[in-house]
Every structure is written in C-alpha cells, then in structure tokens.
Design a protein around this ligand. Structure first.
Ligand code: KG4
Ligand code: ZN
Length: 348
C-alpha cells in the first residue's frame, strides 16, 4: 500500500446514496443520489422508500464514482461503509453492497460510524484536523456536540438532543407555516426578509436548573410547539401570520442555543478548534453567528462547504483513510448494521 490509502466510501444511512473515493486527504470523487424528492409528499423521510431508492441508486453511483476518479476497483486499498447510526433498512443496503465488493475484490472492509464521518470530511477541504476539537453536528437525524481527541480512535459525545433533531425542527416548523419539505432551506430564505427579534421563542435547556443536568444537551420540541401555538393563536384571532418574522425568530432561537452551547463546550474543555457538519450547517444564520461567537473567544472555526456537510460517501472514505493510517483492524464480513451505534464506536 502507498502512504496515501485509496479508499472507497459508501453511505446509505438516510435518504442520500453516496459513493466517494479519496486518496488520503485528497477527494477524487463524490457521487450522491438523493431520494428527497420521493419523500416530499410525505413531509419527511419514509424508511421503506429510502431503502428501495438506495438499492436502485447504488450501482450507478459506484460506476460514476470510479469513472470520475479514474480508478479501477482493483486498485483500492479498502472499502469504508456506514454501519450506523441511521435507518436500519437503509444502512443494510450500503453494508451489503460494501461486503459484496470487499469479498469479491478481496479488499479489507471498514464498517464505520456515520457521525465520525461528518467530522472526518473536513480533512478533504481544510487538511489535517487539529485536535482536540469540538464538533457540532446538526442534521435532520442528529444534533450532537462531540469532543474529538483523535478522529480515528477517540471521540466522546458530550451532548445531544433529548427530543427532536435541529433539522427536524426546521422541517416541522416549515410545515406549520405551510412551507414545503425540506424546511431548512426555505426557512433560511424566508428569514432573510424577517425580523429575528419579532417574537421571543423559548431557548430549550438554557435555564439555570436545566443547565445543571443538560449543559451540553439540546431540546427543540418545546420550541416547535411554541411556534405552532403562536401561529394557531394568530389564525384563531383572524390575523395574518407574518411568515418571514416567525421563520426568522424561530431560526434565531435554534441558532442561539446551538452556538451558545458549542462555544461553552470549547471553553469548558479548553479547546481552540470547532467544526460544524450536517445539513443544518448550511444555515446562513448559524454559520454567521458561530463565526462571530467563536472569533469572540479566539476559537478557530472550520466550516466544510455545504455539499460536504450533508450526507455523502466521501465522508466515509475520508474516515476510512484515517482509520487505515492509524492501523485500524478491518471489520469482519459478518458485521451488522446498528441504527443506534454510539459515536464512541468509530470502527465496528
Ligand atoms: O445532513 P442532512 O442532509 O441529512 C440528514 O438528516 O442526515 O440534513 C438534512 C436536514 C433537513 O432537516 C433540512 O431541513 C436541513 O438539514 N437543512 C437546513 C438547511 N439546509 C438543509 N436547515 C437549516 N438551514 C438550511 N439552510
Ligand atoms: Zn448525517
């Protein structure tokens, strides 16, 4: 094997079928097929629909990735794949594909943690990750604060949501406002024309008594309900709903809590570097507010470009390359998918 491992990464934990190829920290291909359009009419991801879409999209994505990277499968040093967390039926499709490839090509298989992949992807854009680092992962499926001591071997979850994920809250509030799914980008746009101080929505788990037990945890369910109640009241009074102001005020509440807790984590753990990932990391207000608040305490912020923040195969390939570098043992071909895989288990 050369010093820079050539790794294929497969991702299928939710509604994106991703196949990526990297050589060490160099991105060679990142093919993503999303089934989001098929979920629109249901207002959220339907697991069965996502699984079937993965089955159809996997082989074409693999072929495109090899063509783009100009790589022959026989040259690979390993196959990395998401083993969890995620939707069980969706994960199984990626794992079965990776196992078939690994077994047919006689290459090592690396069953990896999806959340760690969201952190590792930044290496492809900004080079080696300074550690320790606090990672804020915010998507439709997860909202976590991680302390990354070593990307391949040592990640500790220091907080997570106790109910809805941040992206889920965006999606649900969009529905309340009569906006389409996925709600994040639409609320982001509507908020540009709204007043973030128009309505003071609750900031979950920030009261003194909550901080004692949940300093680094999040809760968005109360916020979502508060927005729904506010809108219902307006409608009951026969008043027009100021969609842009509600969007901006809701978004401000989410971003305020996410950034405050992420910054607090850096201070508590004496960490100089922060990284964001997940679909919600594309949010314009979150990116700006986090940049302001990290700069204020002298923390360097790493923001992968939005295309790398959302689920993709390159993130798993990037993590696979780090695991290979650090001497990680290949996974058995009998490993299963684990929908609740804890982030501390980076390699299955
Ligand atoms: O990471 P992702 O593509 O898939 C997973 O859920 O794993 O994240 C999708 C989520 C959706 O909830 C979507 O509404 C949200 O990310 N999102 C955003 C923005 N773009 C996507 N949320 C807020 N602002 C955005 N600009
Ligand atoms: Zn994800």
């Amino acid at each position: 094997m050369t010093a820079e491992p050539l790794i294929l990464g497969i991702e299928s934990s939710c509604d994106e079928t991703g196949v990526g190829i990297v050589r060490g920290h160099t991105l060679l291909a990142n093919e993503v097929a999303s089934s989001v359009e098929e979920h629109v009419r249901f207002g959220g991801v339907v697991p069965e629909v996502a699984s079937r879409a993965h089955l159809e999209a996997m082989v074409p994505a693999l072929q495109r990735a090899c063509e783009t990277a100009q790589v022959d499968l026989g040259e690979l040093d390993g196959i990395a794949v998401t083993a969890g967390p995620g939707l069980m039926g969706a994960l199984v499709v990626g794992l079965a594909s990776a196992k078939a490839l690994a077994s047919h090509l006689d290459k090592p298989l690396y069953g990896l943690n999806h959340l760690a992949g969201h952190v590792a992807v930044d290496l492809l854009e900004h080079g080696p990750l300074p550690t320790p680092c606090v990672a804020l992962l915010v998507s439709g499926g997860h909202t976590s604060l991680l302390l990354v001591n070593d990307i391949a071997t040592d990640i500790v979850q220091i907080g997570s949501t106790i109910d809805d994920a941040a992206g889920e809250a965006f999606d649900k509030v969009a529905r309340v406002l009569g906006l389409p799914y996925p709600g994040g980008p639409v609320i982001d746009r509507a908020a540009q024309n709204g007043d973030p101080t128009a309505i003071r929505f609750p900031r979950g788990l920030t009261a003194r008594h909550d901080l004692a037990r949940h300093r680094f945890d999040f809760s968005f369910s109360g916020l979502k309900t508060a927005v729904a109640r506010w809108v219902e009241q307006r409608e009951a009074d026969g008043d027009e709903v100021p969609v842009n102001d509600v969007a901006a005020s809701f978004q401000e509440a989410v971003c305020d809590v996410l950034t405050a807790k992420a910054v607090d984590a850096c201070q508590e753990y004496g960490v100089q570097h922060m990284l964001i990932g997940g679909g919600v990391a594309a949010n314009s207000r979150l990116r700006t507010l986090l940049a302001e608040r990290t700069a204020a305490i002298g923390v360097e912020l790493r923001r992968p470009r939005p295309g790398l923040c959302t689920d993709n195969g390159a993130m798993m390939a990037a993590l696979g390359a780090e695991v290979v570098r650090s001497g990680g043992r290949p996974s058995r071909l009998t490993i299963g998918a684990d929908s609740g895989l804890p982030v501390s288990t980076i390699l299955v």
